[in-house]
Write a protein that binds this ligand. Structure first.
Ligand code: SF4
Length: 418
């Protein structure tokens, strides 16, 4: 394993179209923030974006910004600024990096997009605690800072089965945030625009689902590491036609790859599943590490989190309540285990990588014996990587490399190669 080998990872042409999508998205927000001509809502990544679109808001997602702080490796230096204000180094490093960046008046947007100097100013903030409580604290901090309203949906956690009680409660909460949002927007919720946004979100979700499912082919045309950036439009653009347009291009290219038998990496021998957050500041390093061992991380819980198959324009509030409560992160361990088991079978995986992200227990599923239980049920071995999504002080590159190499050797010995 010590021999250095040239690593071949085939980039997708559609990544350029997705990059342009993201640039247009941030420029549109920047123009609105500067001119004040269109209202801006900040929303959590699995928040009720479709309602906001039904009132003409542009939507900014702080988590995506924080992921950029991670991938540009700005986050680690900024986290202590928020720690100094009383936000523990143990809590979400999206939150601490983002608040730290705000306090320091820096943003990766300024380095990446010429002419953008700062994040867009919010007129209102909207969260859903379906993913965690951290978003509520994060958004409340900004609401005070900008002196703007914040509204939220308090949701269920650890849900084994989504029942009518859940749906009624969450959809009522969604209906209840309409009035305060209308007050800020200065207009009514347009039911046609709202339903249209739900329909577009559903279409976007279907396309993204198909893109991810393309990785079931052997060899896989996609890697998890590509997926973490390709999923940008599914997060920030759901409810818009533009997101659908770019995913049609991506899906076409992935299907072409599958038809041509072209894999994302050279000589795919091992197929792995990733559970948990990516390590944003190590995407490239991890991508090369696995590809260099002829291992492709082809599927993940994380990238699949923006598939909302329950959305139904004919029943917008209830279907949103269902879609945003059926999410993996909201569910019980028993549900999660079955979910991962199905994914392992569908993608024909040889192993699982669990990322134990120190500051995100919500997206970490290997702390209560799940890895061992799943291994017993499926016979598929796993490796846990200790690290973090944004705080690079919480991981050891050497240890990760050694552990991953040993894990692939173990697969080799077990005769797991394709
Ligand atoms: S789910 Fe994890 S990473 Fe995302 S906002 Fe919550 S604590 Fe942070």
């Amino acid at each position: 394993m010590s021999e250095e080998k040239k690593v071949i990872i085939r980039r997708l042409n559609a990544a350029k179209d997705l990059g342009k999508f993201m640039a247009d998205y941030y420029y549109e927000l920047d123009a609105a923030s500067k001119s004040g001509k269109q209202k801006i809502a900040w929303c959590t990544s699995v928040g009720p974006a479709e309602i906001l679109r039904g009132m003409g808001y542009l939507i900014y997602f702080p988590e995506t910004h924080s992921a950029m702080l991670g991938s540009t490796r700005m986050a680690t230096d900024l986290i202590p600024k928020a720690n100094a204000m009383g936000y523990s180094p143990e809590i979400c490093s999206y939150l601490t990096a983002d608040i730290g960046a705000f306090l320091e008046n820096v943003t990766p947007l300024a380095n990446i997009f010429k002419g953008i100097e700062s994040i867009p100013r919010p007129d209102v903030l909207v969260y859903n605690t379906n993913q965690c409580r951290d978003v509520q604290d994060w958004f409340n901090w900004y609401a005070k800072r900008f002196n703007v309203p914040v509204v939220g949906i308090e949701t269920y956690r650890n849900v084994p089965e989504v029942t009518p009680v859940h749906i009624t409660s969450i959809s009522r909460q969604m209906e209840n945030i309409v009035q305060p949002l209308e007050d800020v927007a200065g207009r009514k919720l347009d039911m046609d625009e709202f339903k249209n946004a739900v329909a577009l979100s559903r279409e976007c979700s279907n396309l993204w689902d198909k893109c991810l499912a393309a990785a079931a082919a052997r060899p896989s045309p996609l890697t998890f590491f590509d997926g973490t950036t390709l999923m940008g439009p599914a997060v920030v653009g759901r409810g818009t036609q533009k997101a659908i347009d770019v995913y049609q291009l991506l899906l076409e290219e992935l299907n072409e790859r599958v038809a041509a038998g072209e894999g994302a990496i050279e000589d795919e021998r091992y197929r792995l599943y990733w559970d948990g957050m990516p390590v944003w500041g190590r995407l490239s390093m991890h991508s090369k590490l696995f590809a260099g061992l002829q291992a492709n991380v082809i599927a993940s819980t994380y990238c699949s989190s923006w598939i909302f198959s329950a959305l139904d324009a004919g029943n917008p509030f209830e279907s949103m309540a269902r879609a945003y409560t059926e999410l993996f992160i909201v569910r019980s361990d028993a549900y999660k285990e079955k979910y991962i088991q199905d994914k392992l079978a569908f993608f024909q995986c040889d192993g699982i990588i669990y990322h134990d992200a120190k500051t995100c227990p919500n997206n970490t599923n290997c702390r209560y014996g799940m890895a061992q239980r799943l291994e017993k049920t499926t016979g598929i071995p796993s490796l846990t990587i200790h690290g973090d999504l944004n705080d690079l002080r919480l991981l050891s590159d050497e240890q990760t490399k050694t552990n991953v190499e040993a894990f692939i050797e173990q697969l080799e010995e077990n005769g797991k190669a394709a």
